[in-house]
Write a protein that binds this ligand. Structure first.
Ligand code: HEC
Length: 219
């Protein structure tokens, strides 16, 4: 829908820019029946084209004035033409503009989709984290569980994934692995991604808060 609007708006402006008016006339003409096929003087008619010729060139009658004198009638025509043919240059411009907008929209859509996924993951992860992880790893995931683990906010996804996998394989122990192993076993890879997403959102919140505090302090 919006795309069509863009095209219409562009054509509309082009049309306006090319709208033309011309005045043609014939003095002292006697025969009413032949006037439309008589070459007219003035304007774009140039003594060459009749009203019929002009119509064929897309001119339309905007106004007519007929006056009588002793030698016959004088016909004055105001003609108007809307140039709807768009030059190839304009077409190129329009096409470019449309492609540009489409690209921008696509980008925006992808970004929105990403945000949506992140939000859902983080929401699901939040529930799991609060129920299963928070009591040892802290509300903000920034403490060392049992004084042995690293704060989870400091870990990237690959660190976390490797650690969880290695707990299930009895291949990782910072001194209290037996406490962590049951949780590592029940953690599906999807849940791990969700929890990671949630922890990232916590660290983002923390950064924002920190910056706010900094700003207030420097005020
Ligand atoms: C009963 C307390 C407890 C719970 C609940 C718990 N953990 Fe742990 N977690 C630990 C301890 C203790 C360690 C450190 C183990 C060791 O010594 O290697 C640890 C280590 C980890 C590590 C590795 C950290 C590192 O430094 O490499 C990750 C990742 C982790 N936990 C994630 C989770 C997640 C996700 C949950 C929730 C699903 C969770 N933990 C629930 C106690 C817990």
């Amino acid at each position: 829908m919006k795309l069509i609007n863009i095209i219409y708006t562009t054509i509309f402006f082009t049309t306006l820019a090319f709208s033309q008016t011309s005045m043609c006339f014939k003095e002292n003409h006697k025969d009413l029946s032949s006037i439309s096929n008589t070459a007219l003087d003035g304007g774009e008619c140039k003594g060459l084209y009749s009203l019929e010729d002009m119509k064929k060139q897309n001119w339309k009658i905007e106004d007519i004035n007929i006056s009588q004198n002793k030698n016959g009638k004088t016909y004055i025509y105001i003609l108007k033409k809307n140039e709807t043919t768009i030059s190839s240059l304009d077409e190129e411009k329009i096409e470019k503009r449309i492609m540009q907008r489409l690209k921008e929209r696509k980008k925006q859509e992808v970004e929105e989709k990403k945000q949506e996924i992140k939000y859902t993951m983080s929401k699901n992860g939040k529930e799991l984290y609060i129920n299963k992880c928070q009591k040892c790893h802290g509300i903000n995931a920034d403490i060392k569980a049992q004084n042995t683990s690293r704060p989870l906010v400091d870990l990237n996804y690959s660190d976390m994934k490797t650690a969880i996998r290695d707990y299930t394989l009895d291949d990782y122990d910072r001194g209290r692995a037996f406490l962590m192993k049951p949780y590592a076993i029940m953690l599906s890879s999807r849940n791990l991604k969700n929890v990671y997403s949630y922890i990232q959102s916590l660290s983002k919140e923390k950064k924002v808060k920190k910056e706010k505090k900094k700003k207030e302090e420097t005020k």
